[in-house]
Design a protein around this ligand. Structure first.
Ligand code: DP6
Length: 358
């Protein structure tokens, strides 16, 4: 290390989009390693609208690891952050910046501290999977800084230990988190089903019903697993998953829409079946679903699929730009700006986006 100067700082910045689950993950078989009880599938969103940007810096002048989220310092003491930092540090390699005369050798990383600054360009924890983009970006940027030589699949297994859904944000397009079988989680990784170009007619509209911060989902997920009679641990099982993956491969919108809406409805039914019941959606979310269902029925074939994660916002996936425009017109008619509904804005973007994180 260049002891002669304690002043240097090395920095890396990365940007990672969030993802929205179309087949939801809900329930863990290992809380610490974050191992799911089912496979899940998501679509990666457009980083122009929904992404995390993270800058990680290392300097011999830093005396502890620190992190700021949207400008506010947060604690890194939690197991999730510690697991990600430990796993990345364990894979760190030599780094050299010849121009500036900086050389870090592998074993130096044990004693060097990092500073992390992360920004979301969307409401944090409002059911828009901020932890997914956040941990994916954290792991990706630290891996770049420390010259970690793992592929995105291996990095996804580290991001997963920050937040389960984060593992899917390492890829663009449609992504599957394979739950895996190994006790140490080595096979619980994300794989890209199709890239962002495969089905690029799809357009996503996010109807932002509320940007209020939601509670952490982990304790609620645990309560569901412990108390719900409806939870289907066989959700990842063959028939449904295969037809879903085929629908994506074949760009079969009617099957895709039917299975996406059904999975979202089942997820919210399972949440309500938890003791005490969990209500993520509100009246406005329900009205948005009603609006989509009515239009799909009147058209005779689905034009739009809907899904909601752990929050009231509705994610609408339109089969093409025309359907997205017509959907938006309908939403604006039913939820006019400044009306007394709490539907306050729309975010529109093409389906996906980044080939890989970063
Ligand atoms: C409803 O990944 O946020 O969005 O693993 O405890 O961090 P932790 O949970 P998280 O849960 C996401 C749940 C979901 C469905 C999904 O994204 O698959």
């Amino acid at each position: 290390m260049a002891e002669e100067s304690q002043k240097w700082v090395l920095m890396v910045t990365a940007q990672t989009p969030t993802n929205i689950a179309v087949i939801k993950y809900w329930g863990k078989r290992d809380e610490n390693l974050i191992l799911a009880i089912n496979d899940s599938i998501s679509v990666t969103l457009d980083p122009a609208h929904l992404c995390t940007t993270t800058t990680v810096a290392v300097s011999p002048a830093f005396n502890q690891d620190r992190m700021w989220l949207n400008g506010k310092e947060i604690s890194l003491s939690g197991g999730r952050y510690q697991n990600c930092l430990r796993e990345i540090r364990a894979r760190a390699n030599d780094v050299e910046d010849e121009k500036r005369g900086i050389k870090i050798v592998k074993k130096d990383w044990e004693n060097l501290h990092v500073h992390i600054a992360s920004y979301n360009n969307f409401p944090t924890a409002a059911g828009l999977a901020s932890s997914a983009a956040g941990f994916a970006c954290l792991v990706y940027s630290l891996a770049k800084l420390m010259n970690v030589q793992e592929d995105n699949g291996k990095l996804s297994a580290i991001a997963r230990q920050g937040s389960g859904s984060a593992c899917r944000s390492l890829y663009g397009g449609f992504v599957k988190w394979v739950m895996g079988k190994e006790e140490n989680g080595s096979d619980s990784v994300a794989v890209q089903l199709v890239d962002e170009k495969h089905w690029d007619e799809l357009v996503i509209i996010i109807a932002v019903v509320s940007s209020r911060q939601m509670k952490q989902v982990a304790p609620q997920m645990l309560e569901t697993v412990e108390t719900s009679a409806l939870i289907d641990t066989g959700k990842g099982s063959s028939t449904k998953r295969i037809s879903y993956e085929e629908a994506i491969q074949n760009r079969d919108f009617p099957t895709f829409a039917q299975l996406t809406c059904a999975d979202s409805n089942q997820f919210h039914a399972v949440c309500m079946d938890t003791s005490p019941p969990i209500f993520y959606m509100n009246d406005t979310s329900h009205r948005v679903i009603g609006c989509v269902e009515k239009w799909n029925r009147s058209e005779g074939t689905p034009q739009v699929a809907y899904t909601s994660d752990a929050g009231p916002n509705a994610v609408l996936i339109a089969r093409n730009r025309k359907a997205a425009t017509l959907m938006l017109q309908r939403l604006l008619f039913h939820f006019p700006p400044n009306s007394d509904t709490d539907l306050n804005s729309y975010v529109i973007g093409d389906k996906s986006i980044l080939k890989d994180a970063g």
